[in-house]
Write a protein of this length. Structure first.
Length: 595
């Protein structure tokens, strides 16, 4: 009897379910799925098989749903195949199961099988199919599903239309996503969230923020996913003040306890250089999912809180949250930034215990760690013995190490290996050019840059920016277009005199081109980050840290100069380059000069 089976598992409640009352079985399966009671669900399945109830389509549908919610998609497939009578709802359940459990190809394959059986998809099946296309980044298949929805008259429905917006956005087809969005007769929070997320992915942050405001003006009941998307936009644009205002809306809407919102807020504060804010959000989020753990680990890694990374990793394991490949990538990056080679090797090997196969990103981090530590031959050996083909990022990590330690011969070898892969990023040409220039080989450096020009590409312009009252002020080296440019340059001259008295001497070796000494001195004196800092000094109150964001790596002389700036001004200066954060205070940097 079912009641005896359930009591045998330690249940305090006794259930008696006659064979004819299959509705009660469905209720119990639904309850087991919601409560994550996998063992009881398995016992119920056993009772269903013994009683012959598995032939009833409604019971089969609930079995598929139970296994889907229990993250056992292959068992869902077994329950599907055991049912000889497959209704449209049965097909919908299995197609949705695969889409929800990271098996998008199987979701689309079962849609194909359904169509082959002359069954028409409905507005429950089509969203699962478009979701699978979005996961796979297969816009071509997604367009076919869109056509299918039009033929069946579902493209204008709210759920199908929203899923199509999300699919086009995830595939990077933002124009098609917006066209679909504008043509929808009715929109809900899912529609807006998909569009906002699409703009965020494409870097069109202003459009994303305006769309969120539009949703608020329309009195749309935005959810935690919507808040998470727009906070991520603020994080990517380092709009701290706007992000804080949206956090206030989250609190008013009672979404501040959501782990999705929490992970976005952790990233916001981290990317804006306010690590104490990230810690506070993390500690105040009561239910911590894997996303917020990974966000906090990444924040600590980028801010050189390496020991905190190790502590958080241990806490995460003790809390029962299983690390994934992103978790290990964050830990490896922390070890690389701190020069902890032995610890990095330990965590790299630990991935095997969790049955996580290292990706090219993990190998790139390991090579970067060894290269920065000067273990260039060992780094090359890792690349040689990789079970997967090394990518541009892996060879690029070796090239970075070679540049730091001025091994131009190995740098050229690494660059040659990258070029064998086919067209490469402009950054690779620049890295090789910088490696030659750092070694005084200016003719070879010029050839590397000429090769870049011949391809019709340009070196990315170095930019630095600061936020002031929701406005971003951007500077390039030697820039004089800012409205307060005169004050900025006067401040730099005044500060330069104080720095020289304190012992600062410009290191012009970081001007990687062949010019005379005076020009080198002038060139390095007005790098973009120095202009941004000077703007902060004449604009922000004395007790406010100056936070500067950069798109490129901070050069060695600027790094040294900012240490002197922090002493001469008594200010905390935080600089985020394209790799990590540097917190300058009292003449010291949080990276301990290892970056």
């Amino acid at each position: 009897m079912l009641n005896q089976i359930l009591q045998g598992n330690g249940s305090s409640s006794a259930f008696f379910v006659p064979c004819h009352n299959y509705h009660r079985i469905c209720e119990l399966l639904l309850s087991s799925a919601r409560s994550k009671l996998t063992v009881k669900g398995l016992q119920l399945h056993g009772y269903v098989l013994k009683s012959g109830l598995s032939l009833i389509p409604l019971v089969a549908n609930n079995l598929i749903n139970f296994y889907s919610k229990s993250q056992l998609p292959l068992d869902s497939r077994r329950a599907f195949e055991d049912n000889p009578t497959k209704s449209k709802t049965t097909w919908s359940s299995i197609i949705s199961c695969f889409a929800q459990n990271e098996l998008p190809w199987m979701s689309l394959e079962f849609l194909r099988k359904m169509l082959a059986g002359n069954l028409r998809p409905d507005d429950h099946i089509l969203p699962s199919a478009t979701k699978s296309c979005g996961i796979l980044n297969r816009c071509d298949v997604g367009r076919s599903v869109h056509c299918l929805s039009m033929k069946n008259g579902y493209d204008a429905t709210l759920f199908v239309g929203s899923s199509l917006v999300d699919m086009y956005a995830k595939c990077g087809e933002i124009v098609d996503a917006r066209k679909m969005f504008d043509e929808m007769p009715q929109r809900n929070v899912v529609t807006y969230s998909g569009m906002i997320d699409g703009y965020a992915q494409m870097g069109e942050d202003e459009e994303a923020v305006w769309l969120f405001k539009e949703a608020l003006f329309d009195d749309l009941a935005v959810n935690d996913y919507s808040f998470s998307c727009v906070i991520s936009v603020c994080a990517n644009s380092t709009l701290l003040e706007l992000g804080r205002q949206i956090q206030g809306l989250c609190v008013k809407s009672s979404f501040n306890s959501s782990s999705y919102v929490g992970s976005s807020l952790v990233s916001l504060y981290s990317k804006c250089g306010v690590l104490e804010g990230a810690y506070q959000v993390f500690d105040e989020t009561s239910i911590k999912n894997l996303g917020i753990w990974n966000a906090m680990l990444k924040a600590c890694a980028q801010h050189s809180h390496t020991q905190k990374v190790m502590e958080l990793f241990k806490r995460m394991k003790l809390s029962g949250v299983k690390p994934n490949f992103i978790t290990f990538l964050n830990v490896l990056n922390a070890c690389s930034h701190a020069g902890l080679v032995d610890e990095g090797k330990y965590y790299f090997d630990l991935m095997k215990e969790y049955r996580i196969e290292p990706t090219h990103k993990h190998y790139a981090s390991l090579v970067d760690m060894l290269g920065r530590a000067g273990k260039l031959e060992e780094a090359l050996k890792v690349i040689t013995n990789m079970p997967i083909d090394p990518t541009e990022s892996v060879w690029g990590a070796l090239l970075t190490g070679c540049t730091i330690h001025k091994n131009t011969e190995l740098a050229a070898f690494a660059a040659d290996k990258v070029f064998e892969l086919g067209p490469v990023s402009s950054g690779m040409h620049i890295s090789l050019s910088n490696a030659y220039a750092a070694d005084g080989r200016f003719e070879d450096a010029a050839k590397a840059r000429k090769l870049l020009r011949d391809r019709g590409e340009k070196k990315e312009t170095g930019l630095s920016w600061v936020e002031e009252r929701n406005k971003v002020h951007t500077f390039a080296a030697g820039d004089r277009r800012h409205e307060r440019s005169k004050e900025i340059y006067e401040k730099l001259v005044e500060l330069g005199e104080e720095m020289e008295k304190a012992g600062y001497v410009a290191d012009t070796s970081f001007v990687l081109r062949e010019v005379d000494g005076d020009e080198k001195n002038q060139t390095i004196r007005y790098h973009s980050e120095r202009l941004a800092i000077a703007f902060g000094l004449i604009t922000f109150p004395a007790d406010r840290p100056i936070r500067v964001m950069k798109n490129l790596r901070v050069c060695g002389d600027c790094h040294n100069a900012i240490k002197f700036m922090s002493v001469c001004t008594g200010r905390v200066i935080i600089v985020r380059d394209n790799n990590r954060f540097h917190r300058f205070e009292d003449g010291k940097c949080s990276c301990n000069d290892y970056w």
